[in-house]
Design a protein around this ligand. Structure first.
Ligand SMILES: C[S@@+](CC[C@H](N)C(=O)[O-])C[C@H]1O[C@@H](n2cnc3c(N)ncnc32)[C@H](O)[C@@H]1O
Length: 233
């Protein structure tokens, strides 16, 4: 499924719904990912499926990254990101010394040179791409030897009771609230469906098949969100 039209249509309401439906936890999840990825100085980082830019901003705020490239397939999402970038800089909420280069391209075919990055992040993005293998291959190609990838994604909690509550929230409460707030429940029905499909995928196995090593999984918030990290040999 090509999710670009859907994300483009909700771009202006994406942040508000994201923060509201996650009770603000999405800030914590990205901050945690950034601190896990950036425990040492990083020359060049790429944030794939950057959306409205919050993962790229979290990387910048660690103070460990010299340059950031952020790419996405949706122009309206990139426009929101660029607008927030300027606002954040003007308000002193981002280190001005970290340039962010915004790029319009598909994650599975960025057109960027081989071995350009020390770190690649992808927050809530990979689940929305039909060619996951191709995207992991592209990430592997873009990383320098010894480079790291960190994938932040939704899952379902393993505890049966929490899983049922979470599924009820995803399938019923969120689309209902979204109909009222964003004017359409469609993208939130899609979210619930995509997480259920994503559950069937074994991400560590796919990363191993794409030649990554030292794969680790870091569960957050009752394992409803996980950071999967891996290295290029
Ligand atoms: C759920 S949003 C996540 C945005 C952001 N990373 C965040 O943490 O909020 C998913 C993003 O992936 C982008 N996307 C979907 N398919 C893509 C593709 N093939 N290549 C690049 N970006 C893609 C969408 O445009 C959207 O901005």
């Amino acid at each position: 499924m090509n999710t670009e039209p859907m994300f483009s249509s909700i771009a202006p309401r994406y942040d508000f719904c994201n923060h509201l439906f996650s009770f603000g936890l999405d800030f914590y999840w990205r901050k945690k990912t950034a601190s896990l990825c950036c425990n040492q100085p990083i020359e060049a980082a790429l944030d794939m499926c950057c959306g409205t830019g919050d993962m790229a901003f979290a990387l910048a705020r660690t103070g460990q990254v010299k340059t950031i490239t952020a790419c996405d397939i949706s122009l309206p999402m990139l426009d929101c990101a660029k607008c927030k970038y300027k606002k954040n800089q003007n308000r002193g909420q981002l280190p001005v010394s970290v340039p962010i280069n915004w790029l319009h391209c598909p994650a599975q075919n960025t057109g960027l040179p081989d071995a350009s990055f020390d770190l690649i992040t992808c927050a809530f993005g990979l689940r929305n791409i039909s060619d996951i293998d191709g995207t992991l291959k592209e990430i592997h190609r873009l990383l320098k030897p010894g480079g790291k990838v960190c994938i932040l994604e939704f899952f379902l909690p393993q505890n049966k009771l929490l899983r049922s509550i979470h599924q009820f929230y995803l399938c019923h409460i969120m689309p209902l609230a979204a109909r009222w707030i964003a004017g359409t429940p469609g993208p939130w029905y899609y979210l619930a469906h995509s997480i259920e499909q994503w559950e069937k995928i074994n991400l560590p196995e796919l990363l191993a098949q794409a030649s990554f090593r030292d794969i680790t999984v870091h569960p957050l918030t009752f394992s409803s969100v996980r950071i999967t990290a891996a290295w290029k040999e």
